[in-house]
Design a binder for this molecule. Sequence first.
Ligand code: HEC
Ligand code: HEC
Ligand code: HEC
Ligand code: HEC
Ligand code: HEC
Ligand code: HEC
Ligand code: HEC
Ligand code: HEC
Length: 436
Amino acid sequence: MKKLFLASSLALIACMLATVSFADKCTSCHEKKNPGLFLQWKNSAHGENGIGCIDCHEADPADVDAFKHNGSTIATLVTPKDCAKCHEQEEKETSASYHAHAGEILASADAYLAHAAGGEPVAITGCEVCHGGKIKIDPDSPNKLSPKSWPNSGIGRLNPDGSKGSCNACHSRHSFSAAQARQPENCGKCHLGPDHPQKEIYEESKHGIAYYANINKMALDNDEWVVGRDYYEAPTCATCHMSATADQPITHDVGNRISWPLRPPVSKNKDNWEAKRQNMQDVCLNCHQSRFVEGHYYQYDALVRLYNEKFAKPAGEIIKLVKEENLLESAASFSNTIEWEYWELWHHEGRRARMGAAMMGPDYTWWHGIYDVAHNFYFKLIPEARHYNNAKVNAYIDNLLTNDPMHNWMSTNTGEIKKGIKSGDFQKIYEKLFSN
Ligand code: HEC
Ligand code: HEC
Ligand code: HEC
Ligand code: HEC
Ligand code: HEC
Ligand code: HEC
Ligand code: HEC
Ligand code: HEC
């Protein structure tokens, strides 16, 4: 707020006066028609700084979603491109982020599954409410928007003006508050559930515990929100992934501080991962010392490698062999039991384990994570692969269970009974996971 009044050029004041009179033009009706909406706007940073309805909703008559409305040409849709008129930097970072690509999932295996096993309504009211759908124009609709595609505030919404995303995915209209976006609940609309339980992991972590015990000391309403200065009791999702430190500005690119992607079947370090890891560690160092933080990453990296090497790669190899040998009973994706088992192994259980270790949620690392991965691997995926009775597949599995020191604690189907692993051997077997 103060920023705007500091810029006291005459041109800006003239512009603001014009804005205020335009706002009246809209609010005269909408104050009565939608008093809740009106008050959200009036008491927001925008309302208080004379940014009116028309500043965001104004449209060019040539826009595909423009319509005449009580003497003005407006659009209901307000896209990142509209916000960029005043918030260029935030828009640039948002558009460069992975979030902006979240609407490009229509060709994914997940989308096929939703359409085939579910049906179109669930793709619209499920997937697209988080990821963002493609906004479709319907010339006969009063606001030109097809009701099959709007309302939608998904994080990677595909807008008719070519922009991607919707800023109100995190800054709910019409308050557009930074304070709300800083809370974990904000990210938790999408980052939860069986395949990416970041919200639940956060809540069970020491960080979540400290946050909920100290919400009133978190200074969420501050104009500036720098960890270690404006607040210090706990980090939120925003603290670690987006917000400023004494040495680092706010970023709207949530990938800026991530070194492993934890989503894919097998995790591989990202480009430029060392720099991104340093950005994250700069946040931690406000509350922890360096050996503590390095120790956390040492343990976390080993868990990611454990998942990769012990389960993800062999499971991927088994599926590959089953496909190469043409063993699937049905050619249609997701119509064979083994496909669902493999899917859940990496897409649900394997992600949970990796995310639990990244964000200090031990219950997700083991009980909802590697425990489920191991149970699925040994007692669902392998028996299902064996039921095809294929020589190549069986030979691969037998070799794994006989000769891989991580797996040969277990009896194989070859009749050999094993007695487990000697406790003195644990360290030797897993040592290699603790180094690059
Ligand atoms: C004369 C009264 C009046 C004025 C002036 C007015 N509106 Fe509206 N507006 C309405 C009414 C009534 C509706 C709801 C129509 C409905 O529910 O079908 C509406 C609906 C809207 C919608 C939603 C349209 C949709 O179907 O998605 C937007 C956006 C909007 N107004 C913005 C504005 C803006 C911006 C201005 C100022 C340029 C403005 N309005 C001025 C009465 C007005
Ligand atoms: C800071 C930008 C901004 C300002 C200022 C603003 N709006 Fe909006 N408005 C939005 C966004 C974003 C949406 C969500 C539309 C979308 O899905 O893209 C929206 C949606 C709407 C809708 C339709 C959605 C609903 O919940 O019914 C109406 C009506 C509306 N605005 C009216 C107004 C009026 C009236 C004002 C002034 C009092 C106003 N807006 C001020 C950004 C703004
Ligand atoms: C016409 C210029 C203008 C447009 C368009 C505009 N804003 Fe703003 N916005 C401002 C001004 C001015 C402020 C208050 C000064 C500041 O904090 O920089 C502000 C503040 C904010 C804040 C900080 C609020 C807080 O709690 O501190 C957020 C978040 C925000 N805008 C989001 C948006 C989004 C999202 C859009 C598009 C839907 C948008 N703005 C469109 C001018 C604009
Ligand atoms: C509750 C919100 C939510 C719903 C519903 C949802 N997703 Fe997601 N999806 C996410 C989040 C959040 C991620 C990112 C997880 C991460 O990075 O840890 C994600 C990741 C993905 C990815 C991985 C992207 C990549 O590049 O690796 C795909 C593909 C995907 N979702 C497709 C879908 C489809 C299709 C549906 C509907 C069947 C769906 N999602 C339902 C929130 C959701
Ligand atoms: C993933 C959630 C998320 C999305 C999407 C998002 N923001 Fe933000 N935004 C935040 C958070 C969190 C903050 C608070 C950062 C802080 O102060 O610590 C913030 C702060 C802001 C601020 C005020 C602080 C500043 O100086 O940067 C503005 C302005 C803003 N956002 C605009 C936008 C615009 C415009 C878009 C869309 C192009 C957008 N945001 C999309 C989460 C989001
Ligand atoms: C409206 C849904 C939604 C909200 C709200 C949301 N996200 Fe996301 N987020 C997603 C989806 C979907 C993806 C996966 C993108 C894809 O599939 O391409 C994702 C991906 C991410 C990633 C991975 C980025 C990368 O480059 O690998 C991070 C980190 C992230 N989100 C953090 C956050 C934080 C922090 C917040 C809150 C401040 C937040 N998100 C709010 C839906 C959301
Ligand atoms: C204490 C800091 C911290 C907090 C708090 C935190 N995270 Fe994370 N997050 C991390 C770290 C560290 C990683 C792993 C980074 C890496 O691999 O380099 C991570 C990874 C992620 C990823 C990447 C997953 C992928 O698919 O690649 C997402 C998404 C994410 N966090 C979202 C969230 C959300 C949402 C919240 C709040 C509910 C949250 N984080 C809270 C530190 C944090
Ligand atoms: C705003 C302060 C703050 C920030 C920033 C922060 N932490 Fe913490 N962290 C805490 C507090 C408080 C605890 C609880 C200390 C205790 O157990 O006595 C904690 C605990 C931990 C623990 C111990 C978990 C357990 O269950 O014993 C680890 C590991 C950790 N943090 C790692 C990190 C990493 C890595 C980052 C950066 C990605 C980070 N922290 C950022 C405040 C912070």
